[in-house]
Design a binder for this molecule. Structure first.
Ligand SMILES: [Zn+2]
Ligand SMILES: [Zn+2]
Length: 260
């Protein structure tokens, strides 16, 4: 039986360029080498039509990202394979702009996420730990926000040419007692069907271990992916160099237990 996941590949790494991570691209690469990775994929944040301050994605920096990424690919050739990808934040109200931005570069990997919820003429960050933000989302209604988030991903999997769905259940990760109701669970089944139909992968995102003690997404979602034959890809979601490949050594046994 083939391994459930390849832990020598970290498919989700950020850099200081997104405005909310720290460290140069080369520092992430060096950490990847120390961890014994064979491959590391930068997956920087791309958004379109989002009204949110301070900006937490790349705007003009992708030219530098590719230039520096290609330099690093040369420099570390034979030691670690460096890939240059993008974490596409889906915005149902800016699909053509998003597609236009994606078409500007040739990405090694396209990840799909949804980080924002529109509220009036502004967006709220669904992954923020800020109290004010959580209070606003609570006032809108947490269940409805989660429904909209999952609907966005279901639409996105049909619209965006992506390789992997990132941190599927990280929505409102800082909201105390956050959980899915029966309708949300049905939406997630639909989303998994969409991922399967697309031939995309599901990310096992080990940042969840720091946030809640277990990776994103929850075991029942991983199980649903395995039942559909959806491949699992490991991602650390590193926002600091030392987070590259975090907890990957735990994944084989963890996934084995889920699949048994
Ligand atoms: Zn980020
Ligand atoms: Zn993300």
């Amino acid at each position: 039986m083939p391994a459930l996941i390849d832990i020598t590949i970290d498919g989700h790494v950020h850099t200081r360029l997104c405005n909310h991570a720290s460290g140069e691209m080369e520092e992430y690469v060096q950490q990847g080498i120390q961890r014994g990775l064979t491959t590391m994929c930068f997956l920087e944040h791309l958004e379109a039509g989002i009204h949110y301050q301070p900006r937490s994605w790349l705007e003009g920096e992708f030219a530098y990202y590719f230039e520096e990424g290609r330099r690093l690919q040369q420099r570390y050739r034979g030691i670690i394979d460096i890939r240059l990808g993008v974490e596409t934040g889906y915005n149902p109200e800016a699909v053509s702009l998003l597609q236009e931005k994606l078409a500007r570069y040739s990405w090694d990997r396209i990840g799909l996420s949804c980080h924002f919820h529109r509220h009036g003429d502004r967006h709220l960050n669904l992954l923020s730990r800020r109290r004010e933000s959580l209070e606003q989302l609570a006032a809108i209604g947490v269940d409805g926000v989660v429904t909209a988030y999952l609907d966005a991903l279901i639409a996105a999997i049909g619209m965006i040419d992506c390789d992997v769905v990132c941190h599927l259940d990280a929505v409102l990760r800082h909201y105390p007692g956050i959980g899915f109701n029966e309708d949300h669970r049905r939406q997630i089944e639909t989303l998994l069907d969409g991922i399967q139909a697309k031939g995309a992968a599901l990310e096992i995102n080990t940042s969840g271990i720091d946030y809640r003690g277990s990776p994103f997404p929850a075991p029942w979602i991983i199980k649903g992916a395995l039942q559909r034959g959806i491949p699992l890809h490991a991602g650390s979601d590193a926002h600091k160099p030392e987070e590259v490949g975090r907890y990957f050594d735990r994944l084989p046994q963890y996934l084995q237990e889920i699949s048994d």
